[in-house]
Design a protein around this ligand. Structure first.
Ligand SMILES: Nc1ncnc2c1ncn2[C@@H]1O[C@H](COP(=O)(O)OP(=O)(O)OP(=O)(O)O)[C@@H](O)[C@H]1O
Length: 252
């Protein structure tokens, strides 16, 4: 396991003269779950769009296993804020899409995803359409489509933001269990500090625009975790400290 599978070094990015990313340096190790929290509009999604190479940085470098990202074979699976399921495709075909885009036939892709429906809490809904599922189920289907691509890293852009609080907590518990089983390398963008503490090994806190990393936290909670662990003194202390950093960055 390398300790820096993905690394951003001194990345800056402006849009039409608006400096969004000031000087961002961060890394994600193989098998690590890392979150980025920061004020709205600070450029968190921009970080992910740089990693997917939908955007190019103005300066700085992006590395994959120590080599320039843009010249090194890799595959990152991106899950956007909205579930982005195709309304006209059945859930099984939405899930299979992650494989179809890699050139696998629909029949073979279906056969690969079908056994996973049980573990994703979607058994019995294979032939339903997205509009027939709850918000939480749709996000699990979108996550299934994302993880099935056997990628190097999952990029999750505020994936649970649209869910109600209870559904969100349920899906966080489920994702935590799944992550403990699979140890995906993941980079999560979230506004929810508790979510970041619950799911992450490490958390980067960004400043307001132009964003830089103000602090980095290591979450000391053992795995597997349960929601009850969020009540522990260690979890509470880190949550408070992150909120304090977000609310009063000048004092940290
Ligand atoms: N393609 C673009 N062209 C111009 N401005 C952009 C573009 N993409 C992002 N921006 C601007 O960059 C800033 C940061 O956007 P970004 O979506 O990365 O922030 P964010 O931290 O993810 O925000 P939020 O937490 O609200 O989702 C915003 O002011 C946005 O308007």
């Amino acid at each position: 396991m390398t300790d820096r599978m993905v690394e951003l070094r001194n990345i800056s990015k402006s849009f039409d003269g608006l400096k969004v990313l000031g000087d961002i340096s961060l890394s994600v190790a193989s098998g690590e779950f890392v979150s980025i929290v920061g004020p709205s509009g600070s450029g968190k999604s921009t970080v992910l769009r740089l990693l997917t190479q939908a955007l190019r940085p103005d300066s700085g470098s992006m590395l994959f296993n120590g080599a320039p990202l843009e010249q090194t074979p890799h595959s990152f699976a991106f899950m956007p804020q909205r579930d982005a399921l195709m309304p006209w495709r059945r859930i099984i075909d939405n899930a299979a899409l992650g494989l179809e885009v890699k050139g696998i036939s629909r029949r073979a892709a279906r056969a690969t995803v079908a056994p996973l429906f049980e573990r994703f809490g979607l058994a019995g809904f294979e032939r339903h359409y997205p509009s027939e599922l709850s918000g939480g189920m749709r996000q699990r289907a979108a996550l299934l489509r994302t993880v099935i691509q056997s990628q190097d890293m999952l990029l999750l852009d505020e994936p649970f933001g649209a869910l109600d609080a209870l559904t969100r907590t349920q899906i966080q518990e489920w994702l935590q269990g799944m992550w403990t089983e699979h140890r995906w390398t993941a980079l999560l963008i979230t506004h929810d500090v508790r979510e970041a503490v619950f799911l992450s090994d490490r958390i980067y806190v960004l400043s307001a625009r132009p964003a830089r990393v103000i602090r980095e936290f290591r979450v000391p909670l053992p795995r597997p975790r349960s929601i009850a662990d969020l009540g522990s003194p260690a979890a509470q202390a880190i949550e408070t400290e992150i909120l304090q950093t977000l609310l009063h960055p000048q004092e940290t």
